[in-house]
Design a binder for this molecule. Structure first.
Ligand SMILES: C[S@@+](CC[C@H](N)C(=O)[O-])C[C@H]1O[C@@H](n2cnc3c(N)ncnc32)[C@H](O)[C@@H]1O
Length: 252
């Protein structure tokens, strides 16, 4: 489009570098991704509209790192890193710069060829890089916001995001241009485990919880098993998977 619309004018007036700042504000208002004191990584962050919003919302006690293959002019309270997210070296550098984070954001977009299927496939590829970073860096319970263009690979992308989070929402903020096929997948509540409801496995009860439930550890993840006692090895079915712990039922 390119003509100067309402959000463009508001961004100018309110000191945001890009009208896209309003997309993050709307996404965060609806999905509650950014909290005071949070550590946030923003991928594809240039020129920095999202970084400005993230810095406002996490406040002085939070940290924000912006990554882009293009230069980002400095922003108070924001660290930046220049690199291509499709390269492993960039992802390693991010890892070295921040520890665990509370939110991973990606507004990465490919250069548009005008060919719908190709642009869609490239955007899904970029979204997958963001998912890799999210899997590596997000603390249990952390959230992911990632842009993708709608199209045939979206369902598989959404399923892969869903597998790593408690649930996923598909969102189209008002500030996205009407003609745009872009949408945002919001993964809420990074899960610490690959265990899924319905799965069966044998576990050793290593402790007793406050409510008297047996406690098992699966690769460091805590499972509560009612009716099982310390020292027993029991076969269980996973009932509910939360970010930091889950519940299982004895099936032996
Ligand atoms: C829509 S803009 C982001 C706007 C930003 N959210 C803001 O509010 O200012 C998309 C950005 O993704 C970046 N990008 C695309 N592919 C990338 C890649 N492979 N690695 C790093 N950045 C990439 C582009 O350089 C561009 O700056």
């Amino acid at each position: 489009m390119g003509h100067k619309d309402d959000y463009y004018n508001r961004a100018k007036q309110q000191g945001y570098r890009a009208r896209s700042a309003y997309k993050l504000r709307q996404l965060d208002d609806a999905a509650d991704v950014l909290g005071e004191g949070d550590a946030v990584v923003d991928l594809g962050a240039a020129p920095g509209g999202w970084l400005q919003v993230a810095a406002e919302r996490v406040g002085d006690t939070g940290t924000v790192l912006g990554v882009d293959r293009q230069h980002i002019d400095p922003i108070d309270g924001v660290e930046t890193l220049r690199g291509d997210l499709t390269e492993e070296a960039t992802r390693e550098e991010i890892h070295e710069t921040v520890g665990e984070v509370d939110a991973v954001l990606s507004d990465m977009a490919p250069e548009m060829s005008g060919e719908y299927d190709l642009d869609h496939a490239r955007s899904v590829h970029l979204a997958r890089q963001a998912l890799v970073v999210a899997r590596e860096l997000l603390a249990p319970g952390g959230d992911l916001v990632v842009k993708a263009f709608d199209g045939r690979d979206l369902d598989t992308l959404e399923a892969d995001v869903e597998a790593a989070f408690e649930y996923v929402r598909t969102m189209r903020p008002k500030a996205s241009r009407e003609a745009s096929s872009e949408l945002y997948l919001v993964g809420k509540g990074r899960l610490r485990t690959d265990l899924r409801a319905g799965e069966e496995l044998a576990v050793e009860i290593v402790d007793t919880g406050r409510e008297g439930d047996g406690v098992a550890k699966v690769d460091g993840y805590t499972l509560f098993v009612p009716g099982a006692s310390e020292g027993e090895t029991v076969r269980v079915r996973i009932e509910d998977v939360k970010p930091r712990f889950g519940f299982a039922e004895r099936v032996d």
